[in-house]
Design a protein around this ligand. Structure first.
Ligand SMILES: *Cc1c(COP(=O)(O)O)cnc(C)c1O
Length: 461
């Protein structure tokens, strides 16, 4: 490292004068944004020179800045083909929306709307009323409020119903839902006090009953969506807990997680609790996600008794957590699919769950045939994901690609991600596997083309 090397670093004005950057200026890029980008890049180069690297030329810096500006213009998030077979893949955006929900979202985004206007009397309306009406038809809930996500619904519910007082939870349910979302922490944030009852493996309705005091604001039942307790276990039915709550005038809150409106058990997997069952079993307020098995946009719902929902709506946190118009439009349109009895055909999540092994086998065969000798079809399993029924699998057929010409499964997976339409598959042992279940049928040809292209680059390399 020498002073001479530092002196060779280009000046900001030299870089700005380079044709590539001058071109951006001519296109209308503001000079201050470009100058700041150039200064940052030169500062990085100065640090690199300090570590012994050669100084870049003004042309080098101009090229890097131009590339960085252009890459920032690519659409984000970039669309990908999810061939992992995990239907609710949180890193890939959970539930895809139905075509109708997309249109509803675009319409709400494009112009003004009746979000909070009653057209009959010209007065202010509620942004939640339309969604609450559909949910009433589907689940019997007297009223509902939609917020950012289920974690938000719980936080709001506990804050509105129980701040400064006690909430009784079974010790076996004071769990971590994922990503640092822990029931005891949410309770603490809401200002409610956690009172744990029972044991990790066995809790009875009488445990709740004995713990009720003047200070008790609610009984909270949390669905164990992402873990199982097996062996010497007991948990009371929701109806039993609800009976205890009713006898003591204490509301029963139920965190259902997915809040499936269709019975998952008909597909040979476990039964996810359904909001309609929860409310008819006597829960006073249910919390559930909208981008898990409902197949809607990211949102959370609190649905149940009018008085409790009113308390949630008028709580200051409701404003901080409220769902926006795009979400509400998509949510309304998604719920309408269920009211009209067309959810199984229209909601992508249910179409994927309902796809049969035969159908998936035919699709996998066609994709493999189009890819050629390095592709074969094997048996395997798809998952719901999103913390729903973690131990349950849906039998499927997978396209299996021999990764050896590409230099191994990791390299082939990397090439698939680098395609112009990135493909995310899964690696099992030394195989790269692609599950057609989570790929829209009409995109099979694109999947086959991406696979062929990745294999071809591998052969060239
Ligand atoms: C997924 C889940 C949550 C969190 O829902 P988000 O919509 O992701 O906030 C809460 N509780 C249970 C039981 C869940 O399964």
């Amino acid at each position: 490292m020498t002073n001479a090397a530092f002196r060779k670093l280009p000046a900001v004005s030299d870089v700005l004068a380079q044709p590539a950057v001058a071109g951006l200026l001519a296109d209308g890029y503001p000079q201050d944004i470009l100058s700041a980008a150039v200064r940052e890049r030169i500062a990085d180069a100065r640090a690199a020179v300090g570590r012994g690297a050669a100084p870049p030329t003004a042309e080098d810096v101009a090229r890097e800045v131009t590339e960085a500006m252009k890459s920032g213009e690519a659409g984000w998030p970039a669309p990908v083909l999810n061939a992992t077979g995990v239907i609710l893949h949180t890193n890939l955006g959970r539930a895809p929306l139905s075509a109708e929900s997309l249109l509803a979202t675009a319409a709400a985004a494009e112009g003004y709307s009746t979000l909070e206007l009653d057209l009959d009397d010209g007065k202010r309306g509620s942004r939640y009323a339309a969604v609450a009406r559909l949910l009433h038809r589907l689940t019997g809930a007297e009223d509902a409020v939609a917020v950012n996500n289920n974690a938000g619904a719980m936080l709001l519910g506990l804050a509105a119903v129980a701040a400064g007082r006690d909430v009784i939870v079974s010790r076996g349910e004071a769990s971590e839902i994922g990503g640092g979302f822990r029931i005891p922490d949410v309770l603490a944030q809401s200002g409610a006090r956690l009172v744990e009852v029972g044991t990790v493996n066995r809790t009875y309705a009488t445990d709740y009953e004995r713990a009720i005091t003047e200070q008790t604001a609610a009984l909270l039942v949390v669905h164990r969506s992402n873990f199982r307790v097996v062996g010497f276990t007991h948990e009371p039915s929701l109806a039993d807990v609800a009976a205890v709550g009713a006898a003591h005038g204490v509301p029963v809150l139920h965190d259902l997680g997915s809040g499936a409106l269709i019975d998952t058990a008909q597909f040979g997997i476990g039964h996810e609790p359904m909001p309609q069952e929860s409310l008819s079993a006597g829960a006073d307020l249910g919390f559930f996600s909208r981008d898990k098995l409902l197949g809607g946009p990211q949102a959370g719902l609190a649905a149940g008794r009018t008085g409790l929902v009113a308390a949630l709506r008028s709580h200051p946190l409701a404003r901080a957590l409220r769902a926006d118009k795009l979400t509400l439009a998509a949510l309304h349109r998604t719920l309408l699919h269920y009211v009209r009895g067309e959810a199984m055909e229209k909601v992508p999540v249910w179409r994927m769950i309902a796809a049969t092994e035969e159908e998936l086998g035919l699709r996998a065969q066609a994709i493999a045939r189009s890819v050629g000798a390095s592709a074969s079809v094997v048996e395997g399993a798809s998952r719901l994901g999103g913390g729903s029924l973690p131990s349950d699998e849906l039998p499927t057929r997978l396209v299996c690609i021999d990764p050896s010409p590409a230099g191994g499964p990791d390299e082939l997976a990397r090439r698939l991600r680098a395609e112009s339409l990135p493909v995310v598959g899964r690696i099992e042992g030394d195989r790269v596997l692609l599950d057609p279940r989570t790929v829209p049928t009409e995109r099979d040809a694109e999947l086959a083309a991406a696979l062929s292209a990745a294999i071809a680059t591998a052969a060239d390399a």
